[in-house]
Design a protein around this ligand. Structure first.
Ligand code: PEP
Ligand code: MN
Length: 371
């Protein structure tokens, strides 16, 4: 059972104390408090865990600090929507709102290689009014002989260049808790010129110890990739690990499923799940067309398959796009063959603008039908 208190509840108030005391006295029930920092208000949610069947909803709703009560399922206790469309979604980070209505584009390098490429990338982002990017410093690779990423040695120039070009958030994969400490230290040393969204890759979706550690820190939001070979429910439960440890600022990323049936694409594009994740959870949903499609193949209509896949996600209401670009893909150390070229960025953004507008028109068309 979930008890939502009145917005901006003051915990030293009499109404809070009376409500809290009552909840603490409930038999066979453990209570857990969770704070949701929304755009305009701060919500206190109290989870009643245990034998809640015999508790009357009306009893709880009559407590002075309580706004409403929702019966929730066992699954996705914190991040789940539990059939309540009024629940707040998302979070704010670096002055940007990430929720189920917003849209942010994170175009950038799959892997950082040389400072010149990072700078060329960031310059073109600024020219196109983008304030987010992706930059891989810690790369989990299939072969131990492949380039593993520059690690902490590249962080100072990546962060400084981000500051120089007005980049507010960098999505950066981490595979070990020590990477978060390195990011934290170097951000501090360089004067916090940018922000980081910690990315958990598809290979680590069920690395439960990593999830718990990242969930315990609240400084950085998290981009969790769907596991490439597990069910959607298993991946959503992985997100819940982060939330239950304390960090509910999570974006969920669809990146395609591994199956030979996806050929000639690298993974089976799963962007039809955008509305599914939005219905089941309160997380903003990201799509990664680069790692889904994995090639620069082009349809006879002239558009790259990556453009088409992106459009499919956007027209269904995706909230974020994580996409590989590279100034010189032939020299890229990781995933060059799927990288978009810098001169393609304005066309990619225009395609997104067109499909986003189509999505918003679809919403209005349906609303005006009143069905
Ligand atoms: C990536 O985004 O660079 C990446 C490795 O993606 P994934 O974990 O989805 O394979
Ligand atoms: Mn990659």
């Amino acid at each position: 059972m979930l008890v939502i208190l009145h917005p901006n509840m003051n915990e030293s108030s009499e109404e809070f104390r009376r409500t809290w005391d009552y909840l603490q006295e409930l038999q066979d029930v453990r209570i857990q408090k969770h704070i949701v920092e929304g755009n305009e208000q701060r919500l206190t949610e109290v989870y009643l865990i245990g034998n809640t069947q015999k508790i009357a909803r009306s009893d709880i709703e009559s407590l002075p600090a309580v706004e409403r009560v929702i019966r929730i399922s066992e699954e996705y206790r914190i991040l789940g929507r539990h059939n309540d469309d009024a629940r707040t979604t998302g979070f704010e980070y670096q002055g940007l709102h990430f929720n189920q209505s917003s849209l942010h584009i994170f175009a950038g390098l799959c892997a950082v290689d040389i400072p010149e490429h990072v700078e060329a990338m960031m310059r073109v982002l600024q020219d196109n009014s983008l304030v987010c990017t992706r930059m891989g410093a810690y790369k989990p690779r299939t072969s131990p002989y492949s380039f593993q990423g520059h690690g902490k040695s590249c962080l100072p120039y990546v962060f400084e260049l981000a500051g120089k070009y007005g980049i507010k958030v960098i999505a950066m994969e981490v595979t070990h808790e020590s990477h978060v400490e390195e990011i934290d230290t170097i951000l501090h040393k360089t004067g916090n010129p940018t922000g980081i969204m910690l990315q958990i890759g598809t290979r680590n979706t069920q690395n439960f110890e990593l999830l718990k550690v990242l969930g315990r820190q609240k400084k950085y939001p998290i981009l969790l990739k769907r596991g490439f070979g597990i069910t959607l429910s298993e991946s959503l439960n992985a997100a819940e690990y982060l939330a239950t440890e304390g960090n509910a600022n999570v974006v969920f990323c669809l990146r395609g499923m591994k199956t030979s049936f996806s050929a000639p694409h690298r993974n089976m594009v799963d962007f039809s799940n955008v509305p599914v994740v939005k219905r089941l959870t309160r997380m903003p949903v990201c799509i990664d067309p680069s790692h889904s499609v994995g090639t620069r193949d082009r349809a006879p209509d002239g558009l790259l398959d990556i453009f088409h896949a992106t459009a499919q996600g956007i027209v269904s209401g995706a909230n974020m796009v994580l996409v590989d670009f590279h100034p010189e893909p032939k020299k890229a150390l990781v995933d060059g063959p799927q990288a978009l070229l810098l001169p393609e960025l304005p066309y990619f953004l225009e395609d997104i603008r067109i499909t986003r507008e189509a999505y918003l028109k679809r919403l209005n068309a349906f609303k005006s039908q009143n069905i």
